[in-house]
Design a protein around this ligand. Structure first.
Ligand code: NAG
Ligand code: NAG
Ligand code: NAG
Ligand code: NAG
Ligand code: NAG
Ligand code: NAG
Ligand code: NAG
Ligand code: NAG
Ligand code: NAG
Length: 553
């Protein structure tokens, strides 16, 4: 009594240790079965155990009790195989086969999924064989669904269908399990079905198999290629649903298993249904099979961002990851920058075109407030130098004083008008130039040489000194177009080069030329000292200023 108890305890312990030390093979093998059909799983095929003597048992998902070996049971073990005489929906689940060999223990888990083969459906998209037939040859299709048990399971003749129509005709030869198509053409690609009735232990079972036939031109094997995803990233809002498809092109002979995984675990096992793998869809093409396997993220969560959702197709894999939508700052930035550049360009252009007007306007507005002009000890705003010919006389003695003195309130020293009596010419020129803020030189092409200066080298030197050493500003006014300056004295050439010249374009007889707001006078005023308006008392300033601004408007 005692010894029996002891033995049973020892045996139980032995069993426990053994089973715990089993080498477990769980390669997530999936078996698909059509409801109502006979079906079997071969454990040895999975494990490949070579030992001659071993004990093998099948277990329903982790149950302690092995599955029976009685042949009248709908599910039973026969030899190493687990046999379903007719699969039912509740048979879906996992099955474990455990092998105890002399020294080691092996264990393998198989997942069984029972599918509906609804009537009227002539092809089972969930469960089919892919077979190739060569164009121009006589090729055969094999009904693999037919169980190959020995004597006690027998098949009646197999009927073949293509897209629901039973096949008949001289091109087709029906054999035991196979069927031969003579002289295959590209139209022979398509969805086939084989049907038969089986008898086992006196009972009859209907059996059918789906075959996807691909008529190929040459036996080239391009292999398996994932067309999409391509390790890319897509954008999606938090909480939205994301639907992507794994598109696989397969030209191998076997059917490639395609599944969506995260960290090598099937998404269906990982996310409690929030992320699901959809049903495979098949699109047979001439030489390859395009398979589309959807991935459905019903609600996108924060932790999904950056996760790699990997589509595995046999040995190849490619992933897709999701990232939050990026706001297109770069677009705005580029646009803003372009606008800024454009505005700057426009402003620069405006400044260049209206430089003179802007400065004059600025002088006007600022000097209203400044009130006083800088005390530099000078008397005249400009010293006017001109050749003694007819036209400049009129311009110098009439127009110039009218605009600059009357309208704008400048004080001019006009040689010939404002001569100081009793003083030597040289002294007059030398002194008054020093007392002037600007030097206005009038030029005319009619007077080839600048007599006044030419005749008196001392004056030239005085003038030159004023220009170069005192940094006096010179306003050169051309009465007409002067082509050649080489006739002019060197000092004039120097001024022309350094400061340029303002060309008179008006008509001396027209009153419009007497307006301070014409282009010509604006250019002159621009070069004149800024503080001219405030040369005397304030009321006078206002009138002179007003005149200067309003005349000609
Ligand atoms: C499991 O088997 C290995 C040898 O395959 C052995 O070294 C180890 O001790 C065993 N473990 C248990 C708990 O029996
Ligand atoms: C298999 O089991 C039988 C009895 O259940 C036993 O006699 C035999 O030794 C076992 N063989 C192995 C290899 O475990
Ligand atoms: C095991 O199978 C039973 C049905 O026999 C099922 O209710 C149960 O959920 C399954 N458990 C696992 C872990 O698969
Ligand atoms: C299987 O298909 C039949 C016929 O289309 C339908 O009546 C039945 O509900 C389906 N069963 C399941 C579990 O899908
Ligand atoms: C394939 O079928 C189409 C339409 O049924 C037919 O026009 C064409 O000739 C067929 N091709 C071959 C190679 O038999
Ligand atoms: C098998 O199929 C035939 C028609 O093909 C039908 O009459 C019969 O009832 C089916 N048997 C079973 C067990 O489904
Ligand atoms: C995948 O293939 C299907 C069917 O040909 C097509 O409608 C879909 O646009 C493809 N998707 C991608 C991402 O290429
Ligand atoms: C994704 O799954 C949800 C829940 O099962 C379903 O309502 C939705 O239609 C699916 N989306 C697509 C595109 O299949
Ligand atoms: C995508 O990434 C996988 C590794 O995750 C790599 O094996 C594969 O070559 C990549 N495919 C492409 C198209 O870059």
């Amino acid at each position: 009594m005692k010894s029996t108890l002891c033995l049973s305890i020892v045996l139980t312990l032995f069993r426990l240790v053994k089973s715990e030390n089993c080498t477990v093979q769980d390669d997530a093998r999936q078996e698909k079965v059509i409801v109502g059909q006979p079906f079997w799983i071969d454990c040895n095929e999975i494990l490949g155990v070579n030992q001659k003597t071993y004990n093998l048992s099948w277990y329903r998902n982790g149950s302690e009790e092995p599955i029976t070996k009685k042949t009248d049971s709908r599910i039973h073990q026969r030899d190493d195989k687990l046999l379903f005489l007719s699969a039912n929906f509740p048979d879906s689940g996992s099955y474990t086969c455990v092998v105890w060999a002399s020294t080691r223990c092996y264990k393998s888990v198989v997942r069984v999924a029972v599918f509906n083969n609804s009537d009227g459906q002539c092809f089972n998209d969930e469960l089919f064989d892919k077979q190739k037939i060569l164009i121009g040859s006589n090729s055969k299709l094999v009904c693999h669904s037919m169980p190959s048990f020995k004597d006690d399971m027998s098949a009646l003749s197999i009927r073949w269908y293509k897209e629901c129509k039973q096949l008949d005709g001289e091109r087709f030869v029906f054999l035991d399990k196979d069927f031969i198509i003579n002289n295959v053409n590209s139209n022979d690609s398509g969805k086939y079905q084989c049907k038969a009735t089986y008898t086992y232990e006196g009972n009859k079972y209907n059996i059918s198999g789906s075959i996807l036939a691909l008529a190929i031109g040459s036996p080239v094997k391009k292999g398996t290629e994932i067309l999409y995803p391509r390790n890319n990233t897509i954008e999606a809002e938090l909480g939205s649903s994301v639907f992507v498809e794994c598109n696989v092109s397969d030209s191998t002979d076997s059917l490639t298993a395609i599944s969506w995984k995260v960290n090598k675990i099937l998404v269906n096992d990982l996310f409690d249904g929030r992320i699901q793998e959809g049903y495979d869809k098949y699109f047979p093409a001439e030489e390859e099979l395009l398979t589309v396997v959807p991935l459905n993220i019903t609600v996108l969560k924060q932790e999904d961002y950056g996760e790699r959702f990997v589509c595995h197709a046999g040995k190849v894999a490619a992933y897709i990851s999701v990232q939050p939508p990026t706001r297109h700052y770069t677009g705005y930035l580029a646009g803003g920058l372009a606008a800024l550049v454009f505005i700057t360009a426009v402003l620069v252009l405006i400044c260049m075109l209206f430089k003179i007007d802007i400065i004059l306007w600025y002088r006007k507005s600022c000097h209203l407030f400044l009130g006083k002009k800088v005390a530099d000890g000078k008397i005249y705003d400009a010293y006017v130098l001109y050749p003694k010919t007819h036209n400049p006389d009129r311009f110098v003695l009439k127009v110039l004083p009218e605009v600059l003195e009357k309208q704008c309130g400048y004080t001019l020293f006009i040689f010939g008008r404002d001569d100081l009596p009793g003083k030597a010419l040289v002294t007059v020129i030398d002194e008054t130039i020093k007392q002037s803020r600007r030097l206005i030189i009038i030029l005319e092409s009619g007077s080839p040489s600048y007599k006044l200066l030419e005749e008196d080298p001392e004056q030239q030197i005085a003038l030159y000194n004023a220009l170069v050493h005192d940094g006096m500003k010179v306003i050169l006014i051309e009465m007409d177009k002067i082509k050649d300056y080489s006739d002019m004295p060197e000092s004039i050439q120097y001024i022309k080069q350094k400061h340029g010249a303002i060309r008179w374009k008006g008509d001396l007889t027209e009153s419009q030329s007497y307006s301070a707001s014409t282009r010509f006078w604006k250019k002159v005023r621009y070069q004149m000292p800024p503080g001219h308006q405030i040369s005397t008392e304030l009321p006078l300033v206002e009138t002179s200023l007003n005149t200067c601004q309003t005349v000609g408007r």
